[in-house]
Design a protein around this ligand. Structure first.
Ligand SMILES: NC(=O)c1ccc[n+]([C@@H]2O[C@H](COP(=O)([O-])OP(=O)(O)OC[C@H]3O[C@@H](n4cnc5c(N)ncnc54)[C@H](OP(=O)(O)O)[C@@H]3O)[C@@H](O)[C@H]2O)c1
Length: 359
């Protein structure tokens, strides 16, 4: 496989640091360029990062002396240096939209962790195992932007990464209603217990904007391309409550689901066991071998025990049983900063690379 030169926009932040660690020894992608705000620009990466937040691994030595560029002022230079960029910045939505479009218009594809473009009609929101067919909309997006190779692709919000994969292969039974309560880790807010001590022994029943994302984003992921747009699916009806819980990493969801044609429990378990997406078929470097993992034990999965399954890229499911009001209920878990953020974006980029979009 060809080697691609990669930039990380927002490299000094929490997600940016995750990208740095995940890409350190990547077989296809080599980080050559780092960028952040004007506050960091001109400094070496090791001096620009205020606090290294990845507990398991130190800052990659190969990146420590790279001089950080200005994500906005240096767009032209960065776009000329790399084959594509990952983007995770903390800026206003309209500023992020403009920044990402500027990279695309400089013929630099953008693999985005930001939410700004998630509902732009011709920007695909990809969960690689679920909706790779939405990549085809890139041709329409390039027409709109007037580009040859520049485009934007986003990943979904971390909250839906656990339950959308579990529900997607069950859509053939006609899902009518979904109720999902999410229990979300503090790293999803870019925090640790050290930086957010109020979360120790606490629960906060509100995460700004999260319930809307959790109800709307699955419908785009399950949507169809029509007339140059991704049109959201008009069903199922989804309702959610999203809570912040005192867990460092790993978002949980407790899910209730009602079908048009109720499958048996055995059918559901078999579908989850057999499920493979394109990343598994292509054996992409970051793809988990087994994406959906069902645990029979009543007290599994657990955040601390299972979030790192298959390098934090797998989804863990448990407690599938019949319900008195819905057909079934179950719980599921995914690592929010790996599968739910940087890892999901790296896998998405591998899919685009494998399909020739960066050539
Ligand atoms: N944390 C998560 O688990 C998670 C999950 C999914 C998606 N996201 C999304 O990913 C993005 C980044 O999140 P984060 O948690 O990594 O945030 P963060 O730790 O606050 O990092 C923000 C990054 O944005 C850069 N930045 C801020 N203002 C900028 C500007 N004007 N121009 C260029 N760069 C600028 C910062 O650079 P300086 O260091 O120079 O200020 C830093 O590199 C957000 O859109 C967030 O919603 C986060």
């Amino acid at each position: 496989m060809k080697q691609y030169k990669v930039g990380i926009i927002g490299a000094t932040g929490m997600v940016g640091q995750r990208f740095a660690v995940l890409l350190e020894n990547h077989p296809w992608f080599k980080v050559t360029t780092l960028a952040a705000s004007p506050r960091s620009a001109g400094k070496k990466y090791k001096d620009a990062v205020k606090k290294w937040l990845i507990e398991e691994k130190p800052m990659p030595e190969s990146m420590a002396d790279i001089v950080v560029m200005d994500a906005t002022a240096d767009i032209e230079k960065i776009a000329a240096e790399v084959d594509f960029v990952f983007c995770a910045v903390d800026m206003k939505k309209d500023e992020i939209k403009a920044l990402e479009e500027a990279y695309a218009k400089h013929e630099c594809p953008v693999m985005s962790n930001n939410s700004a473009h998630r509902f732009t009609d011709d920007v695909p929101m990809i969960i690689p195992e679920i909706n790779d067919e939405h990549m085809a909309i890139v041709a329409d997006q390039k027409k709109r932007l007037g580009t040859k190779r520049g485009f934007i692709s986003v990943k979904s919000n971390c909250s839906i990464q656990s339950y959308v994969p579990a529900l997607s292969p069950l859509r053939k039974y006609g899902i009518k209603n979904i109720l999902a309560c999410t229990y979300q880790a503090i790293s999803g807010a870019g925090k640790t217990f050290e930086t957010w001590p109020e979360m120790v022994d606490n629960l906060i029943p509100f995460i700004g904007g999260e319930e809307e994302k959790s109800e709307q984003e699955p419908l785009k992921v399950w949507g169809e391309i029509k007339d140059g747009k991704i049109v959201k699916a008009d069903s199922p009806s989804i309702t959610t409550q999203c809570l912040r819980v005192p867990v460092s990493n790993g978002h949980f969801a407790a899910v209730f689901v009602k079908f048009e044609n109720k499958p048996s429990k055995e059918e559901i378990l078999d579908i989850w066991k057999q499920f493979k997406g394109v990343p598994q078929e292509l054996d992409l470097p970051s793809a988990p071998k087994q994406f959906l993992n069902y645990f029979e034990e009543d007290n599994f999965p657990q955040a601390k025990v299972h979030r790192n399954l298959e390098n934090g890229m797998a989804v863990s499911i448990g407690r599938l049983r019949e319900d008195t009001q819905y057909d079934y209920k179950f719980v599921c878990l995914s690592h929010n900063t790996l599968r739910g953020a940087a890892g999901g974006a790296v896998l998405m980029a591998e899919l685009y690379a494998a399909k020739g979009y960066f050539d």
